[in-house]
Design a protein around this ligand. Structure first.
Ligand SMILES: O=C(O)[C@@H](CO)OP(=O)(O)O
Ligand SMILES: [Mg+2]
Length: 400
């Protein structure tokens, strides 16, 4: 039996040294699942609420745990997630926090997989999943909200699309990360790393493109397969809504100029992936850009869609973007996360499963990416909280 018999919550550390929520779920037949909530820095305005950890834990203990323990079966993920929704009663989880909700939701799924004796990806995706793997998007240079005094564009991503296996892809990204350091050293630009482990040099975006392109070329020659370049512009963070311009330091661009600029970057650097190129409220701008460049490039909405089926529906009806970033804590439950993936698929939008800038050693998103057969996963390159997911992908590939 997978009847939930115990749910425990505690405060643990995330990769930024901030507190986050860890949940343990136990079931009648001895199933056990443990999961932790991640945390964003460049959060979208329409995300579910991350409460201060003390409040999130107190809220969930008071409202959610009584609706779970002795009440729901861990194998019925929708029952767990509906109980969390009913316990909270708001659209954005402002009573128990999306941080408590997502930790409990993911821990429940892990407890159910444990009862079955199956890996989580198989519980979530079924027995016919596990043979195909996502291409890891690895940020090798970054700035924005993730590092002070670095690039305006938040993430420069390596995308080893030609790799013969996920293992080769993961090591290719590590090699690009290392080659970027060599480039920086040569130019006397040694620097620290941002929140997700990407190098955070104090250079303009143009120089960053040159450095990353050169690093990718070196590694491509070495590994013999294609590695492309992608971006997370995180443009909502650059957008000045009062003046209706995007601010790149002193330089500003209005919406038309921003669309032209992104188009030029796509052409010049043969970008395969551009996330959040425009403000999170600018569905129309996304339509224009997607019509222009959506044929050959993944135009991905992160802050635009916030893993929310209503916002995604609006986007698919208009033709805004052609891809959606999927972050379970943006919406708060695994069921709704999978709903967003499925809605995306039905409309020909590619789902990209993603970490947050504040992470833990939790590996749920690696399993989610395999379970949903997502074409990409964005989960960094180095740092224990990033390699936890990458190494889990290697283990899944090896049936370990
Ligand atoms: O913008 C993003 O895509 C994410 C992860 O890279 O950053 P954050 O978690 O800070 O929102
Ligand atoms: Mg983003």
């Amino acid at each position: 039996m997978t009847l939930v018999t115990d749910v425990r919550l505690r405060r643990v550390l995330d990769s930024r040294g901030n507190p986050t929520v860890e949940a343990d779920v136990r079931t009648e037949s001895g199933g056990f699942g443990r999961a932790k909530a991640p945390s964003g820095a460049s959060t979208g305005e329409y995300e579910a609420i991350e409460l201060p950890v003390g409040e999130a834990i107190a809220g969930a203990r008071e409202r959610a745990i009584p609706r779970l323990v002795g009440e729901v079966y861990a194998g019925n993920q929708r029952d767990i997630d509906n109980a969390l929704r009913a316990a909270d009663s708001t659209d954005d989880f402002s009573h128990i926090g999306a941080n408590s909700a997502v930790a409990i939701s993911m821990a429940g799924a892990k407890a159910a997989a444990d009862v079955l004796g199956a890996p989580l990806f198989q519980h979530l995706g079924g027995t016919f999943r596990g043979d195909t793997f996502p291409t890891p998007l690895g940020n090798v240079v970054g700035g924005g909200e993730h590092a002070a005094d670095a690039t305006h564009i938040q993430e420069f991503l390596a995308a080893p699309v030609g790799a013969p296996s996920v293992e080769e892809a993961i090591f290719a990204n590590a090699a690009v990360h290392s080659a970027v350091r060599d480039q920086l050293d040569e130019q006397g630009l040694s620097c620290g790393k941002g929140d997700e482990g990407a190098w955070a040099p104090s250079v303009d975006d143009g120089s960053a493109f040159d450095i990353v392109s050169a690093a990718i070329e070196t590694v491509e020659d070495d590994v013999g397969f294609e590695i492309r370049l992608g971006l997370d512009v995180a443009a909502a963070e650059l957008y000045d809504a009062d003046k209706e311009v995007y601010r790149y330091g002193e330089q500003t661009r209005d919406t038309g100029e921003q669309i032209d600029y992104i188009t030029e970057l796509i052409e010049e650097y043969n970008l395969i992936y551009v996330e959040d190129p425009l403000d999170e409220d600018d569905f129309e701008g996304y339509v224009t850009l997607t019509e222009r460049v959506g044929q050959g490039t993944h135009i991905c909405g992160d802050d635009l869609f916030v893993t929310n089926v209503e916002r995604l529906e609006r986007g698919t009806e208009m033709g805004a973007a052609n891809s959606i970033l999927i972050k379970p804590n943006q919406i708060g439950t695994l069921s709704e996360t999978v709903d967003a993936v499925e809605l995306a698929r039905r409309n020909g939008y590619e789902p990209v499963i993603s970490h947050r800038s504040g992470e833990t050693e939790d590996t749920t998103i690696a399993h989610l990416a395999v379970a949903t057969d997502a074409p990409f996963i964005k989960t960094g390159v180095v740092g224990g909280e990033r390699t936890a997911k990458l190494n889990e992908l290697i283990r899944i590939e090896h049936n370990a």
